[in-house]
Unconditional design. Structure first.
Length: 251
């Protein structure tokens, strides 16, 4: 097992070595307006994630782009791992779409922005049966846990565990990581968002260092990428929404 994940370990550590410092994040988050935020972000390792944004980019376009960034990260990581683990890693890409899929499965109307999303446009129908059939075909196992669609995350997790190789060893650290994420998922993302995110980052980094060259390696890396994208999304959307409000007031 260690030999199998040696490449993943090296790539994960190299990528995480480029993480922004707390001081850099503080500088970004002290910026006023989307234009200034983007200007500062382009001077950091976040530049590839924001280089195509403008000060007038809409919140929906920002969200769509960051979901694509997540899919790109998962795609890269999928190529790092042994063949028998690739389905489990690839399955994590759909985490970015779970809120929208849950909305559709519970009978919510397809929203206009979904038609422009490369992953969600396939399911953006106002016919509930068509939506369910499309999701069941594209994502087998997602809603097998609860056909009401109310617990899509639980269905995703159950199927992900099934994708772990039968003979997989050293998964205790991975199971502990899952438990940790589930615990923090219940924490409010309001004023305490930075607290839970920081705590989860520290736990992921600790696991990455302690459980070297194991399956948890690549999933710790992806968790850290997700937390970075979440923080970036928060900074961008707060400013983009205010931009939209200012333009509406001026109209």
């Amino acid at each position: 097992m260690p030999v199998e994940f040696a490449y993943a370990q090296a790539r994960a550590q190299a990528r995480q070595g480029d993480r922004l410092s707390a001081d850099t994040w503080s500088l970004l988050e002290s910026s006023v307006g989307l234009a200034q935020y983007l200007h500062l972000a382009r001077g950091t390792t976040l530049a590839p994630r924001v280089e195509h944004f403008l000060a007038t980019t809409s919140p929906h376009a920002i969200e769509r782009s960051l979901r694509l960034e997540w899919h790109r990260e998962v795609g890269l990581a999928t190529g790092w791992v042994p063949l028998r683990w690739r389905d489990a890693v690839a399955w994590t890409a759909w985490l970015a779409e779970l809120p929208a899929l849950s909305h559709l499965l519970q009978g919510g109307a397809a929203l206009p922005w979904m038609n422009e999303d490369p992953e969600l446009s396939t399911f953006a129908s106002n016919d509930a049966d068509t939506v369910r059939a499309g999701i069941e075909e594209a994502l087998p196992g997602l809603i097998a846990h609860d056909r009401s669609g109310e617990h899509v995350r639980a269905g995703w997790l159950m199927h992900w565990r099934r994708l772990w190789p039968d003979e997989a060893a050293d998964t205790r650290a991975l199971a502990n990581l899952v438990s940790l994420v589930e615990r923090y998922a219940t924490v409010s993302q309001g004023d305490g968002a930075d607290d839970w995110r920081g705590a989860l980052e520290r736990h992921a980094l600790r696991t990455l260092r302690r459980h070297r060259e194991q399956p948890a390696t690549v999933f710790c890396h992806l968790l850290l990428c997700a937390l970075e994208l979440h923080r970036l999304r928060q900074g961008l959307l707060r400013r983009a929404v205010f931009n939209d409000l200012d333009m509406e007031a001026a109209a």
